[in-house]
Ligand binder design. Structure first.
Ligand code: ARG
Length: 467
């Protein structure tokens, strides 16, 4: 196919160079946005008297037909085309004749690709935000079933203090809420239209950039034509938000992998989200969670790749920037797939309450509460801490736990100990007493649930019976 830019060139592009240069395999997914942008551009050209209404109508009809034929599959994307912008313009001209050649008046591929990409990203980001809301729905639903499920909370992966399982899950919900708002921020800043910036300097035609910006759903046109076609900071912002989503999903996955091990035995994943081993019949592997953890690296890679691609570029457009789409599309696809598999995996995860409770009984995780008990009775916290530390050491030596140590032993160490100490170190009391705002106490957990519910109004309603 002859290049639309053939004119200056004395001979055809070398075949390998042509393949190397082509981006259609990547950017053809923006065909809807490309057509939408062209429709708005043609309407503006007619409104400004740059194009006759008849020509604009012919272009609009031709573009409409191309859109329909691409949707139905009647028109196939030509893999040999340079990019989606060239392909659509070429097909248009083949179909409606020379009028099609007028579409590119007062426009360049530089502003065209920038506007297409922003529109495409807006719709993809909206889709990912919907998937995050679904995930919040799955989290809050599990949380509601496990308000009274107690397990050890960990620091350094050592049993630390008892917590409600709902509280643990809701910690992730808060992270995903911030991810949602980070994407909102990126969308807000991206909502300026580059269309009409043309190659870099603007145009001599009396265009109306506010008209196309409004028609395409942007808040306003970009204020500087060189900035409009040169920066891809919006890609970096979105990649950064996607990286954080993956980081959160990856940590959550890591916990699910640990929890499903024999060693923890806190949860069991549904068979639909685990695999077996080809040799070891007993195995049930958390492959989905492992893949989510594993795919995090490639999203970080795209963030670094894009930042690095941009760092040395002089203004304005450079072909290096064509690499932006491979990176961000793969990142979007990866995050989409991960969310799509993670949410139902979490929703169907079976929680083994008894195992969690037993683990909570074994690790002296009420030691802080025993120290607090003494402190409430007047002993300075640091002394209480030391006394309880020596009791824990004694229990470990003698194979006991704080709950089974006789009162006489307690009282031989401090007269402050009374029979009510057993109540104070009961796991349920420990959890119940953490009434500080944002703590694992019941009121705090219930209000967290309520808050998350407002952000995912479509989530399934709470079940009455727990698990
Ligand atoms: N395929 C190109 C890209 O994605 C479109 C812009 C081409 N502009 C140019 N001046 N060569 O970046």
């Amino acid at each position: 196919m002859q290049k639309l830019w053939a004119g200056r060139a004395g001979k055809e592009l070398d075949q390998i160079a042509d393949d190397f240069n082509s981006s259609i395999a990547t950017d053809s997914r923006m065909f809807r946005q490309d057509i939408q942008g062209s429709l708005a551009h043609a309407a503006m050209l007619a409104a400004q008297g740059i194009l006759s209404q008849a020509d604009a109508d012919a272009i609009a009809a031709g573009l409409g037909q191309i859109a329909e034929d691409l949707e139905s599959g009647a028109l196939k994307i030509d893999p040999a085309a340079e990019d989606i912008h060239m392909f659509i313009e070429q097909v248009l001209t083949q179909r409606i004749g020379d009028v099609g050649k007028r579409l590119h008046t007062a426009r360049s591929r530089n502003d065209q690709v920038a506007v297409d990409l922003r529109m495409y990203l807006k719709s993809e980001v909206g889709h990912i935000q919907g998937l995050i809301r679904d995930l919040l729905g799955a989290i809050v639903h599990q949380a509601e079933k496990h308000v009274d499920t107690i397990l050890p909370g960990y620091t350094h992966l050592q049993r630390a203090q008892p917590i409600r399982f709902a509280h643990h899950l809701l910690a992730y919900a808060m992270m995903f809420v911030r991810d949602l708002s980070r994407l909102d921020d990126a969308l807000r800043r991206m909502s300026e239209s580059p269309l009409g910036a043309c190659a870099l300097a603007g145009t001599t035609y009396p265009t109306d950039r506010a008209m196309t910006a409004a028609a395409l759903g942007f808040d306003r046109p970009c204020r500087n034509s060189m900035d409009a076609v040169s920066d891809r900071d919006f890609c970096v912002e979105i990649l950064s938000a996607l990286s954080l989503i993956m980081m959160h999903l990856s940590r959550f996955s890591e916990e699910i992998i640990l929890w499903s091990s024999w060693e923890f035995g806190f949860v069991e994943l549904d068979d639909a989200y685990t695999t077996g081993s080809s040799i070891m019949p007993q195995k049930k592997n958390s492959d989905m969670a492992e893949l989510v953890r594993g795919k995090t690296g490639r999203v970080y890679g795209h963030l670094m790749g894009t930042l690095t691609m941009l760092k040395g570029l002089p203004l304005a457009y450079n072909k290096d920037m064509q690499e932006d789409k491979d990176a961000i599309f793969d990142a979007l696809d990866t995050v989409t797939m991960c969310l799509q598999v993670f949410t139902p995996m979490l929703a169907t995860m079976r929680v083994k309450k008894e195992r969690m409770y037993r683990a909570a009984q074994e690790g002296f995780i009420n030691a802080t509460d025993l120290a607090d008990y003494l402190t409430r009775k007047g002993m300075p916290f640091r002394s209480a801490y030391q006394l309880v530390g020596s009791l824990v050491a004694e229990c470990i030596r003698t194979g006991q736990v704080l709950e089974t140590l006789p009162l006489s032993r307690y009282q031989s160490l401090s007269p402050l100990f009374e029979a009510d100490l057993y109540e104070a170190i009961d796991l349920k009391t420990c959890v119940e007493c953490r009434t500080s705002e944002g703590g694992t106490g019941k009121d705090s957990v219930l209000s967290q649930i309520q808050y998350i519910r407002t952000l995912c109004p479509d989530a399934a309603p709470a079940d009455e019976e727990g698990e």
